[in-house]
Design a protein around this ligand. Sequence first.
Ligand SMILES: *[C@@H]1O[C@H](CO)[C@@H](O)[C@H](O)[C@H]1NC(C)=O
Ligand SMILES: *[C@@H]1O[C@H](CO)[C@@H](O)[C@H](O)[C@H]1NC(C)=O
Ligand SMILES: *[C@@H]1O[C@H](CO)[C@@H](O)[C@H](O)[C@H]1NC(C)=O
Ligand SMILES: *[C@@H]1O[C@H](CO)[C@@H](O)[C@H](O)[C@H]1NC(C)=O
Ligand SMILES: *[C@@H]1O[C@H](CO)[C@@H](O)[C@H](O)[C@H]1NC(C)=O
Length: 521
Amino acid sequence: MLTRSLLRLLLAAVLLLALAAESLGHRDWMQNCSNCHCHWNSGKKSADCKGKKLTKIPQDMSNEMQVVDFSQNQIPELRREEFQVAGLQNLHKIYLRNCTIQEVNRDAFKGLPILIELDLSSNHIKHLHPSTFAGVEKLRIVNINNNEIEVLESGLFVNLPFLSRVEFNNNRLKQVQLNVFGGPLTSISLEQNQLTHLNKETFANLPKLTYLSLQGNAWNCSCDLQEFRDFAIARRLFTPPTDCREPPQLRGKLWSEVPSENFACRPRILGSVRSFVEANHDNITLPCRIVGTPRPNVTWIYNKRQLNPSPNDQHLRILNSVGEQVNGQQPPVQVLTSELRIYGVRNSDKGAYICVADNRGGKAEAEFQLLVNGDYLGAAAASDGLAGISGAIGASTSDPQTSIILVICVIATTFLVLLICAVLILFWYCRRVKTYQKDNTMMSGDGLISCKLDKTHNGSMLEGSVIMEMQKSLLNEVNPVEKPPRRTDIESVDGGDDGHEIKKTLLDETAYGKLFKWQEG
Ligand SMILES: *[C@@H]1O[C@H](CO)[C@@H](O)[C@H](O)[C@H]1NC(C)=O
Ligand SMILES: *[C@@H]1O[C@H](CO)[C@@H](O)[C@H](O)[C@H]1NC(C)=O
Ligand SMILES: *[C@@H]1O[C@H](CO)[C@@H](O)[C@H](O)[C@H]1NC(C)=O
Ligand SMILES: *[C@@H]1O[C@H](CO)[C@@H](O)[C@H](O)[C@H]1NC(C)=O
Ligand SMILES: *[C@@H]1O[C@H](CO)[C@@H](O)[C@H](O)[C@H]1NC(C)=O
């Protein structure tokens, strides 16, 4: 009896102790709360640490905590196993909004096997290592809005079987790699970033995806985006107002307004867009290599006319072919080659041949200057150097030929002007001498002879020059007028205006001047 009652007592005591322990534990999680506010919230043990001037995750919290809100603190870095070390391995939800976070260690969330929701919005995170969420198996919702991330790396959200929603609005995303997402994702937000294109493959393995927001990006509506655009519209993932930023002619247009085929890539010439070709063989080939999607139409222009040789033309032939070019890791690009062949080159074939490639995205041109052998040696020699230069600098060079021609023109013009000036001054001088002699009533043969002598001397000096010949003939015609018109003499004496006199002299010596004189006479 005694032993039985003793046993009962003992049992009761144990029960009481257990109860006490439990209530103590209960108080424990409420009290071991750092200096946050701990409370039950929606049936979860929650700690509200908003704006508590924390600089790291507090180490003195109960390990029973399920929801923690550390928003509006100054926690610049989330270190390796930060939550596990703090003994918070039972967390379901973590809020870290507006915490000035810059660095997130790749293992910061390690040891959180039942974490469901993570909010890192409004921080300064620039980079997320692809294994940041590895092992956080129960993760469902991730919010990283308002950060500075530029790239979503391959592997970031794979092997997370419950992941349903990720948000990266208002970051600096330029690139979303393949295989970033996996699992049963239903919603992805990528608004207000700097994306120019996306690949269909990035989203094609997400059968449950029903919401994908893409507005506010720098979409380049080119052939590179076409496939993704078609995919997004077919899967009804397109949400307005997703519009094009590039190319200029599609700027501001909604994806749904622009027909798929207008997502085109303007043709591009491979190699030099301006080159010199010396015809030193009977037959020459002008090769024009182009990339562009859809496949561009190519035409050849010579003398402003389209070349359209018939299939049995013996002189001209155009051959188009398509090949592939592999460069680096990029997928191979289709290269269209259009060759213009000229058989039995003639002197009359020289000139500019222009290869024009166009598609819906725009057009591109390449010009070939054909120099036929013995055409003009100087230009041919210069062309070798010029072709080299234009080849090296590529499409960005301005026309070197034009500048050479310009220089030659300037030199020639300067020379001509100087020559005319010299001749004019000579004439004026002679006139002055004559006038002077007349005014001094010394109109003897001497003066005229001396002037004539001057002229003959001058003429012989410049013999051979066409202009000099012209001037000489003019002289011969003017000379017989032994006595120049009185009008000129009077004006030259009392006017005294040299410029005026020159003009008068000029008038007298031109053909019109002569005509005028004949009419007078
Ligand atoms: C709770 O606080 C008490 C005293 O402040 C301490 O002894 C105990 O270890 C703390 N428990 C946890 C889980 O930190
Ligand atoms: C972020 O926190 C700072 C104080 O740390 C506060 O002044 C600011 O208003 C907060 N911003 C937002 C968007 O909550
Ligand atoms: C748009 O895409 C096309 C085709 O890939 C490219 O050539 C062009 O440079 C891109 N434009 C911009 C502004 O990036
Ligand atoms: C030029 O082409 C013609 C016709 O194809 C050919 O008969 C001739 O041998 C070629 N000349 C040279 C120098 O290759
Ligand atoms: C290319 O040529 C084909 C046939 O001549 C024509 O139907 C098509 O409209 C042309 N495409 C462009 C972009 O000019």
